[in-house]
Design a protein around this ligand. Structure first.
Ligand code: A3P
Length: 361
């Protein structure tokens, strides 16, 4: 990773980037508190994926910040309040976790939170929290300003003490324009906060436990490799989320001999931007699965602004205009621009042979 000190004053989307960073940082503080507590309130959703107090609480907190600062924007969020409305005990635990982690003393708010709470939004009671969680029900991602949030991406990683991310992106007319990834277990102690604005590059800062300030940023760029055999692969941990056997064959076909880095969540995109690996491959375990836009919006911009590209497995751009899920893309490949031709050729050939051509979507 190359890093240089940078200034981001008076640039387009400066407020969006700052609020998104602070909102993600605040949600990361909550997620760490939930991880360190005994009760995580884990439930299984209808798609068999887990959801926890941290997922609901982080969504409520980030949405409070978005509503407070950008009340006219639409929002797409992974969670809704259905499971909490039918489980009052869990709803109370989520509100308690937010109150303790963020509004931490009984006389009001902790000193660092009080200075930022007006700006980042306050959640006054449980009913307000439930209503906020439901603000992420937008279905049209292609028009106007739409935020896409995964409050805890990689919930399985979060529960295992592995990698997870709080991922927030802003789409403007379907184009990812701001992307923020909070990765509490990546890099230095306390984790890292990456952010990107289209055309302005990607920066990283340490995640802190302070609600109102952001440490100085450093610019990041992907490793400038020019040969695929110099690459390290990055892939998911969960074998049900991508086809590891096929990914291993592709790695061998690209002459890659180094062991893969395996991370849950969009920490994979962060790892590429930070130079821990160069190629992220996610080949579908089932062609029926539609990737969620909140699993890729923030991460794809963070990588693109660090010198990379994010395509589907057929080598076409990710299309964020198709609602809550990708309808025109299957699989994801992410890599530095310098090796995109070679990587895309190999992955595309395999994709067509194994899954069929794009016309079969
Ligand atoms: N069968 C499947 N194929 C691909 N992705 C899946 C999947 N089932 C769940 N996921 C998504 O994979 C995300 C985790 O990504 P990764 O595998 O890279 O760690 C999950 O996010 P959540 O943890 O927010 O539910 C979920 O959205």
């Amino acid at each position: 990773m190359a890093t240089t000190t940078t200034s981001t004053s008076s640039l387009p989307y400066e407020k969006e980037r700052r609020i998104a960073e602070l909102a993600v940082q605040r949600a990361a503080i909550l997620s760490k508190a939930v991880y360190n507590s005994k009760v995580k309130g884990t439930l299984e959703k209808s798609d068999n994926s887990p959801v926890t107090i941290a997922d609901f609480g982080a969504q409520a907190l980030v949405f409070a910040s978005l509503r407070n600062n950008f009340p006219d924007d639409n929002i797409i969020g992974e969670e809704d309040s259905g499971d909490l409305r039918s489980n009052k005990e869990l709803a109370s635990l989520v509100f308690k976790a937010i109150t303790e982690a963020v509004y931490s003393n009984t006389t009001g708010q902790s000193s660092s939170e009080s200075s930022s709470s007006n700006e980042l939004g306050v959640i006054n009671n449980e009913a307000e929290m439930l209503d906020l969680i439901d603000k992420g029900d937008c279905t049209d991602s292609g028009k106007g300003r739409v935020w896409a949030l995964d409050p805890i991406d990689g919930t399985k990683g979060f529960l295992r003490g592995g990698q997870y991310a709080i991922a927030l992106g802003l789409l403007v007319d379907g184009v990812v324009t701001v992307g923020v990834l909070g990765c509490p277990n990546l890099g230095e102690e306390g984790g890292v906060l990456l952010s990107a604005v289209k055309g302005q590059g990607t920066v990283v800062r340490p995640l802190t436990s302070d609600f109102s300030t952001l440490p100085d940023p450093s610019r990041v760029t992907m490793n400038p490799i020019t040969t695929t055999s110099d690459a390290t692969f990055c892939e998911g941990v969960e074998t049900g989320h991508s086809n590891h056997n096929l990914q291993a064959k592709i790695a061998a076909g690209l002459g890659i001999t180094k062991p893969s880095v395996r991370y849950d969540s969009q920490a994979k995109y962060a790892a590429l931007a930070l130079g821990e690996a160069e190629i992220y491959l996610r080949l579908p375990s089932s062609m029926k699965y539609e990737e969620k836009i909140w699993d890729h919006a923030a991460g794809s911009l963070v990588v693109e602004e660090a010198g990379g590209v994010a395509f589907d497995m057929y080598g076409e751009k990710l299309d964020f205009t198709t609602g809550r899920t990708f309808k025109k893309n299957k699989g994801v490949i992410v890599m530095p621009k310098a090796i995109q031709e070679d990587v895309v050729r190999v992955v595309r050939e395999v994709a067509i042979e194994v899954y069929g051509g794009k016309s079969s979507l």
